[in-house]
Design a protein around this ligand. Structure first.
Ligand SMILES: [Zn+2]
Length: 385
């Protein structure tokens, strides 16, 4: 099957600068108009500001569970990256399509929109549906409002396919993620008298040490899931900042850190362990300076995905897209939220590679788009009456 139609739409989608901090409405309107031209109505679910929206569309019967194709419209920024092609225009070269979002994940959206249009011309026994979300890249934020709407609907999908880039391999799981922020408060002073006060950076480093000790104990004795490259729950400090000058004892240190948990581990229990450590460090610091403290807050979290390979929905996908082995992914998706909120089984399968995502000169291979179009054509055949 030729990927020509999907390629043309991908070029239009990449031209919309839907970096997460910006509005996605131009892209949403574009897709809505395209679907409307084929008689497919869309429901938009806006954010508080009205500058971003999710889109949900359905074609086929209304009273039976369908298959929902899910993807995010936002892309990560390009600042500070050495692109050799324009990031917001599609460049076709030697079988590769370059542009921000080509792999993650506008290539899938282009194929999915055309599958819906194709489906609208067929007699279906089950509906084909499209769910496009905003603010995925900052923690699957936008899709939650859409899930509220789908939760209230009388009929739920029987399968959700999230089109994150897997090179069209079938994945049934990914880790959950909890993003945390710690604010460490000390008291400023002359560095020559440092031991008389509390250095917030030192306090922060003590907390980092606790994070690393917890990681060490998990990696040595914790639960394991061999389907992952890193087969256990991970903890990581991504950003630590504080201090003004060498001769001033810093009074504040900010730390961004995260937990990415496998299904066997409860992230809330791990957060509790770190909160307890923060309280212990606070108590020690307050013997020197009463206002010294560490405050840990949860910034954002999404659940992991762990779809059983014995689910009927997985067998359904395998029936037309057979795989020797299903895999689990290192990165997260909105799939865990679909299962947690709606009880819908989720598989992840989409064109392109995550290795190309979030980088300069991001690309999707034209052949991957063609494979995705062929996959969706086989899905449509299954949905036909
Ligand atoms: Zn993505």
């Amino acid at each position: 099957m030729s990927a020509t139609r999907s390629l043309a739409l991908l070029a239009e989608l990449v031209a919309h600068r839907t970096v997460t901090r910006e509005s996605n409405l131009a892209l949403i309107d574009h897709v809505r108009a395209l679907l409307a031209a084929h008689g497919i109505e869309s429901t938009l679910v806006f954010d508080e500001s009205g500058t971003k929206a999710n889109l949900f569309a359905s074609t086929g019967p209304h009273d039976v569970p369908g298959v929902v194709l899910s993807g995010h419209t936002d892309v990560v920024p390009v600042e500070g990256q050495a692109w050799t092609v324009p990031p917001f225009a599609l460049t076709h070269s030697e079988g590769r399509l370059y542009g921000r979002g080509s792999a993650d994940m506008k290539g899938f959206i282009a194929c999915a929109v055309h599958a819906l249009i194709e489906a609208s011309t067929l007699r279906l026994k089950r509906p084909l549906q499209l769910a496009l979300s905003y603010d995925e890249e900052i923690g699957c934020v936008g899709v939650r409002r859409l899930l509220d709407v789908l939760h209230a609907a009388p009929v739920r999908p029987f399968l959700c396919i999230v089109g994150e880039p897997t090179l069209m391999r079938l994945a049934t799981g990914h880790k959950g993620k909890t993003a945390l922020h710690a604010t460490c408060h000390g008291r400023e002073g002359h560095s020559a008298q440092a031991p008389l006060t509390v250095n917030a950076l030192h306090l922060g480093c003590d907390l980092v040490s606790e994070v690393r000790q917890l990681q060490a104990s998990i990696s040595q004795q914790g639960a394991r899931d061999a389907a992952y490259d890193v087969p256990y729950t991970t903890l990581h400090v991504g950003k630590l900042s504080g201090g003004v000058a060498l001769n001033i004892v810093p009074n504040r240190c900010d730390i961004d850190f995260e937990i990415r948990n496998i299904a066997q581990d409860d992230p809330a229990a791990l957060v509790d362990l770190l909160q307890t450590a923060a309280e212990r460090l606070t108590a020690q610091a307050q013997t020197v300076v009463p206002e010294a403290r560490i405050e840990v807050v949860e910034v954002n979290s999404y659940p992991g995905l762990d779809t059983s390979v014995t689910e009927d929905a997985v067998a359904f996908v395998q029936s037309f897209h057979p795989q020797d082995a299903v895999m689990k992914l290192a990165f997260g998706t909105e799939g865990g939220l679909f299962t947690a909120r709606l009880g819908v089984p989720v598989v992840v399968c989409g064109p392109g590679s995550i290795t190309q995502a979030h980088k300069p000169d991001e690309y999707v291979a034209l052949d991957q788009l063609a494979q995705c179009d062929a996959f969706l054509a086989k899905l449509l055949a299954q949905l036909q009456a």
